[in-house]
Design a protein around this ligand. Sequence first.
Ligand SMILES: *[C@@H]1O[C@H](CO)[C@@H](O)[C@H](O)[C@H]1NC(C)=O
Length: 243
Amino acid sequence: MDMTMDVLFLVLLVIFEGGYTTLPPYIKPCKMYDDACSLKSGQDAIPTLLKGDEKYHLPSLMPLKLPKIEVESGPNFKLTMTDIIVNGLDTMELVDYTHHRDELAFTMHLKSKRLEVLGNYEINGKLLMMPIEGSGPINVTVENSDFVYTFHIELYDRDGETYFNILPNDELTSSSEHAYFHMENLFNGNKELADNMNKFLNENSKEVFAELGSSIRSTMRKAIRDVATIFSKTFPYKDYFAE
Ligand SMILES: *[C@@H]1O[C@H](CO)[C@@H](O)[C@H](O)[C@H]1NC(C)=O
């Protein structure tokens, strides 16, 4: 095939295949188990991925918009957040990456400087033994957070190619240096009760996260798996690795 044919062939591929027959150029494949290369590749790709890419059906994650999060802790506590906006994903940095030897398992360590979660809340029940209820705007801001995400994949065949799926037994741990809470209009706008409760939550933010953390993390795990699935069902497993 001469040069002209090559170019024509590529243009036709792009037109007929919708332009995503290969990984986006900002995802650089690395050799399997070359974790240093994958770490660099991930660090380089994250800023572009966050901006979104219509061509690959990737939504912009700046800000990240979530319709609803439901946090339940035991039979006596329920928090529903709606119309959620998460600001600050651009402060997220991949600091470590491990592909576990001889296992279809991976660990990523991310840090974020400041994440601001805004939306509307409805809360009812007991939190750290304190009765709490109300609804209105909410602001949860966390600073200097660490996230460690470990996941296993399974391989499956489709149309003669091997693809991967992230299994639902993934794990996420998180910790933050500072957390701020503000719920407007707690206790139907009773200012004294509301001020006391907001003060109490901020003074006990570590305990609040310990109590609510597991359902928040399971929502985050689902969001990560959903974004990863856009890629995993589009590109064969081997495309993610250089020869
Ligand atoms: C949310 O709370 C943080 C910490 O108190 C504050 O800096 C930020 O301005 C608040 N955001 C909004 C939109 O009110």
